[in-house]
Design a binder for this molecule. Sequence first.
Ligand SMILES: C[S@@+](CC[C@H](N)C(=O)[O-])C[C@H]1O[C@@H](n2cnc3c(N)ncnc32)[C@H](O)[C@@H]1O
Length: 254
Amino acid sequence: MAQARPYYADRSLSAAFYEVVTAADARLQGDLDIYADLAPAGGSVLELGAGSGRVAFALAERGLRVTGVEIAPSMLAQAQARLAGLPPEVAGRVELRRGDMTALDLKRTFDLVLCPYFTLAHVPAGTAWRNTFATAARHLASGGLAAFHLPLAEIMRLPAPPRDAVVLDQALPGGGRLQLHVLERTFRDGIGRLDQVVEYVERDASGAVVRRSPERLTYYVADPEPAAAAAGLLKDRDPVPLGGVGEIWVFRKA
Ligand SMILES: C[S@@+](CC[C@H](N)C(=O)[O-])C[C@H]1O[C@@H](n2cnc3c(N)ncnc32)[C@H](O)[C@@H]1O
């Protein structure tokens, strides 16, 4: 596999351009409404893997109180910078903290626990999934809901596009462009693991390359129900399809 930084590492372009890529990703359309509908008005939300605050800030704008936990300093720093620019009444409903969703105990419960945009798929199915579901259960009262957005296994099995194909081409402020290529893509069905190397290329307004960075993204897929059940979380409804590439699984604490 090519030398590549891990996704969201310090100085990675996946972190630097997270907002640009996510804003262009139509496959996420509607997820904020689904999450907001799961919480009571004015309720409390724990977000596992809060990234740069996309979900946390949107829910706080809708009146929810959100605690966002994020493991990557590069992402947490972006969220904190964005938080500082929010209207005080919205910012006052958000708390951000560094933490690992597989080993978290905030010693309090929330109305809703969220694990959006494939965050669970970033950690290996097995012990890490069981620990993450245990985290969700630990932070819910009986009857509380937890939602996990997971990628579809069939999407993992798609063949890699040609290495020179531009899979995303997005305008940047100042006239430049961000272009993404998939350099490697391997799915191992037996262990439900997708390894990808995505190359980020930043170009200036003349088309010259400013920065180029191959970055490694690994996803794990599995049936979440056994790990959830082991933590006392039971399937609440059929998974909600999102964007043709994933599903939001909703569990209820027994
Ligand atoms: C695809 S982003 C999702 C960010 C945000 N929730 C959203 O929907 O835009 C996944 C995030 O999960 C974080 N993450 C991965 N493993 C984690 C862990 N064990 N604990 C906390 N955060 C984690 C990554 O650093 C990254 O910021």
